[in-house]
Design a protein around this ligand. Structure first.
Ligand SMILES: [Fe+2]
Length: 319
């Protein structure tokens, strides 16, 4: 049930959104092909620092890919519109001991923003707080995802990170960025216990989730949300045709999220999720819940998903 716009506007909440995800990837050429053929994204620009600027809408970029020696997250980009909110978050980052630093003009230019500070929380993940993420020079259009993506004030979608201490990490995002608890998840796959904390910062059910589970890198998956569920069906068919490894089959997350989605492997070895029909929440009257099953139906883990989990657990044990 969509949240009425006037209700959201009245709220003091919802002033921040996950504007972009910056990634370091080992094989930019494979990503370029994957973004075009699987995700259906338009031909990307190259930013001033050489990074690939992948778009989900009319903004300059939502996924920023830098070629490097590993496959993992570089930064989460959080956008606020009001300079007072920017300063308040900056002050809270200082008080939390996160050592915020002002981004220089070269970084602002590369990120296509007017203003940027960056800081790192206890989970070791770099956060970039920005204002004025630029517009792309052309309107967004996609032949493969004709309905486009749900972004705007709710950001790019969501990101799920693995965290050695999910509650500690969550408290940082809550205290510094003002995020709120959406739900907690506790379940197991075979002998492996998995715990997750989901946080929201606007009516999207969650923009960030922190999981204690074995993963090879810091990022477990990035979710992008189609406006039209038919585009999820198209993406599902495309994944089979392109032989993109599926990790979780088509399925639906439980209330109050309700997202219908599937998961597969990116060229970097972490996962992507393409979904639709996620329910929005009323952030001012929302009561967090705890769930013990990640899905109402479907989302069956494939052999690939089980292998990912087991191999990451083995690596973690001997690290
Ligand atoms: Fe997800």
């Amino acid at each position: 049930m969509p949240v009425p716009v006037n209700l959201w506007k009245k709220s003091m909440f919802g002033k921040i959104n996950l504007a972009y995800l910056a990634l370091q990837v080992r094989d930019l050429a494979r990503w370029r092909k994957f973004a075009a053929d699987m995700l259906g994204l338009p031909v990307p620009d190259t930013n001033s620092d050489g990074a690939l600027a992948l778009r989900l809408d009319d903004r300059a970029h939502r996924l920023i890919l830098r070629e490097g020696g590993t496959d993992d997250i570089d930064a989460l980009g959080w956008e606020v519109a009001d300079p007072m909110d920017f300063d308040a978050i900056l002050e809270r980052a200082q008080k939390a001991g996160a050592n915020p630093e002002i981004g220089d003009p070269a970084l602002c230019q590369a990120r296509r923003v007017e203003r940027l500070v960056h800081f790192t929380g206890p989970d070791g993940v770099r956060n970039e707080l920005v204002m004025g993420l630029g517009q792309a020079s052309t309107a967004f259009s996609s032949t493969l995802m004709p309905g486009g993506f749900l972004t705007g004030a709710m950001g790019l979608g969501h990101v799920v990170l693995s965290s050695p201490d999910r509650q500690l990490a969550a408290s940082f995002y809550r205290n510094v960025l003002g995020m709120r608890l959406s739900l907690e998840l506790q379940f197991s796959i075979g002998p492996i216990e998995i715990g997750g904390v989901f946080l929201h910062c606007n009516p999207r059910n969650h923009s960030l989730a922190l999981f204690e589970m074995p993963t090879k890198g810091r990022i477990h998956h990035v979710m992008i949300e189609a406006n039209d569920i038919c585009d999820v069906g198209g993406a599902w068919e495309r994944a089979q045709k392109l032989k993109v490894p599926i990790t979780l089959t088509l399925g639906q997350h439980p209330e109050p999220d309700g997202m219908i989605s599937f998961y597969g492997m990116t060229p970097s070895g972490f996962e992507f999720e393409i979904g639709a029909a996620g329910q929005l929440i009323d952030p001012d009257n929302y009561k967090p819940t705890t769930i013990h099953s990640p899905s109402d139906w479907g989302h069956h883990p494939t052999l690939r998903a089980k292998w990912n989990l087991i191999s990451a657990a083995i690596i973690k044990k001997f690290r």
